[in-house]
Write a protein that binds this ligand. Sequence first.
Ligand code: PSU
Ligand code: MN
Length: 301
Amino acid sequence: MNDILVFSEEVAAAKAEQKPIVALESTIISHGMPYPENVQTAKDVEQLIRDRGAVPATIAIIDGKIKIGLTDDELEFLGTSRDIEKVSRRDLPYVVAKKKHGATTVAGTMICAAMAGIRVFATGGIGGVHRGAERTMDISADLQELARTNVAVVCAGAKSILDLGLTLEYLETHGVPVLGYQTDVLPAFYSRTSPFPVDYRLDSAKEIATFIETKWALGLDGGIVVANPVPPEDELEESYITAIIEQALKEAEEKRITGKAVTPFLLDRVKTLTEGKSLKANIALVKNNAALAADLARELS
Ligand code: PSU
Ligand code: MN
């Protein structure tokens, strides 16, 4: 195991000194945003976490090694190479055994963060139950990972490319708490609101940290969703983005896109159809989540 899991110098030092650490995913870099915004955002988010008194650990697989903390060159590689697999739980043994390169999804990052002893993770949005899942059975492995792995995931809710109501039902069944940070309703990624209430509203990082510690102290394994709405100034108008998402979903259906290609296809179409407006919102909400995750990691340490 020790020669598969490789810590960067910065993260190794943070672990030795028991400093607060925030895990970051890499699918958003390789398959979620275009170049060069992907690499720039990854670097900015890392710096923001440092400025906030925590240490960033971006996670990816390079040459079959699970890297906990990446160099700027590695971030650039993940943001430009076409040779990067999208890695969820199912894919991890293949990419490691074949010594390939992989960008970790929310599920993949949670697994690697837990191996590395990191309990807080910031991302943009989680995967979930797709619209039409009663026919396609397309349910992201992120949800099963949240059910079993002890990592708190700070996100801006989930994009309405998904069925948000069914996603919440699935999480409830599996005992995954969905906390609203200063909100009563689940944020819908680009917009601050959705028609669905969160399970519990908590208004400070300290209260969220206490909730998380209590869950795990009770022996209740599994993750926690911390839903943090996009800042008001970066929010996209709901009817505008809904129409675009409907269009992207229609195209995915027509082109018969399936499996792990679905989410990247939809994200790319939404970006193109909004002429970059969605990308700007995406970058803003990831930074907003990183800041809250850093505060949360400090409270937990
Ligand atoms: N949702 C987003 N942006 C993303 C993703 C989801 O708004 O970049 C990525 C995350 O890495 C998430 C993955 O874990 O897509 C889910 O993919 P799938 O639906 O194939 O499980
Ligand atoms: Mn899927």
